[in-house]
Design a protein around this ligand. Structure first.
Ligand SMILES: O=C(O)CC1=CCC(=O)O1
Length: 259
C-alpha cells in the first residue's frame, strides 16, 4: 500500500532538531498535549494522527505497521527532515521501533513508551471484528479503563470523556485495520538491529501491555534504558506528565548520539 499524507501539527523553532511523536491506537495527536509545550522550547515538535485516526485519511485496510512506517517516512520527507528524534506510545511505539530498525539513518534518539515487540494477537484481531460490526464508540469505555489507573480516572472525568471521544471519533475501518496491524506485529528480530540510543518507558500498572513487554524490548535493544512510571497505566504521559516529559527531555538532551 502506498503512503498516505497524514495530518500533522508543528510547534517550536523551525530550525531546531525535529522530535516526532506517534500516537497510540484509538488516540489522536492530542494525546501529546501535556508534552508539547516543554519539548517545543528547544525542539521542532511534530505530532501527527496515525492513518485511520483524527484528521488523517483512513484508506481501506488491511494495514501493517510497515504501512504506518511508510507514512512516517513520507512525513519526514515532507518536513525536509533527514533525521528526527522519534517517540511513540503503544501502536506509535511499534511504528517508531520498526522505523528505527528499517530506516536507521532517519532516527536519532528513540523513545518507546508502553509498547510491545510482540503483542498477544487475539484480543486485537477480535477488536477489529467488533469495530467493523459495531463501530468504535461502544468499545471506548473498556479501552480507556486501561489507559489510566482507576484512581486517576475517578478524579479526572473530563479527561476520560475526552479520551473516549477520541476513540469514538476514529474511523471504524481505519481503527479496525490498525488493530490488525498491532495483532500481526512481531519486531523481536528487529531489536538487536536498532542502533538509535533508546529509552523505554513502562506504566508500572499497565493492564494493556504490562511491563514484561517493555522489559523484553529493553533487553533486546543494545544499550537501551528502561524507566518505570508508577503509578501509571497505558498512557502514563497523561497521568504523570511531569515525569514522562522530564524523562523524554533528559533522553533527548543528553550528549552523544548513537549507542
Ligand atoms: O488499545 C489498547 O487496549 C492498548 C493498545 C495496544 C496497542 C495500542 O496502541 O494501544
Amino acid at each position: 500500500m502506498s503512503a498516505v499524507e497524514v495530518s500533522y501539527t508543528e510547534d517550536g523553532p523551525a530550525d531546531a532538531p525535529v522530535v516526532l511523536l506517534s500516537n497510540s491506537l484509538g488516540a489522536t495527536r492530542g494525546m501529546w498535549d501535556p508534552q508539547v509545550p516543554a519539548l517545543a522550547e528547544r525542539y521542532r515538535v511534530v505530532t501527527y494522527d496515525t492513518r485511520g485516526h483524527g484528521e488523517s485519511p483512513a484508506p481501506a485496510g488491511p494495514y501493517t505497521v510497515d504501512d504506518l512506517v511508510d507514512d512516517v517516512v513520507a512525513l519526514l520527507d515532507r518536513l525536509g527532515a533527514r533525521t528526527a528524534h522519534v517517540a511513540g506510545l503503544s501502536l506509535g511505539g511499534m511504528t517508531a521501533m520498526r522505523l528505527a530498525a528499517r530506516e536507521p539513518s532517519r532516527v536519532d534518539r528513540l523513545v518507546l513508551l508502553a509498547t510491545s515487540a510482540k503483542p498477544d494477537p487475539q484480543g486485537f484481531l477480535d477488536r477489529a471484528v467488533q469495530a467493523r460490526s459495531g463501530g468504535t464508540a461502544p468499545l471506548a469505555p473498556t479501552i480507556v479503563s486501561r489507559w489510566l489507573t482507576p484512581a486517576y480516572a475517578a478524579g479526572h472525568p473530563d479527561l476520560v470523556a475526552r479520551l473516549e471521544a477520541m476513540i469514538a471519533g476514529a474511523d471504524d475501518e481505519g481503527y479496525a485495520s490498525c488493530c490488525e496491524a498491532v495483532g500481526h506485529f512481531d519486531a523481536r528480530e528487529d531489536l538487536a538491529r536498532i542502533s538509535a540510543r533508546t529509552l523505554v518507558v513502562s506504566g508500572a500498572e499497565d493492564p494493556a501491555l504490562p511491563p514484561p513487554h517493555q522489559q523484553l524490548i529493553a533487553d533486546g535493544i543494545p544499550g537501551a534504558t528502561l524507566v518505570s512510571i508508577s503509578p501509571g497505566a497505558h498512557l502514563p504521559n497523561l497521568e504523570r506528565p511531569l515525569e514522562v516529559t522530564g524523562a523524554l527531555l533528559a533522553h533527548l538532551d543528553a550528549a552523544g548520539s548513537h549507542a
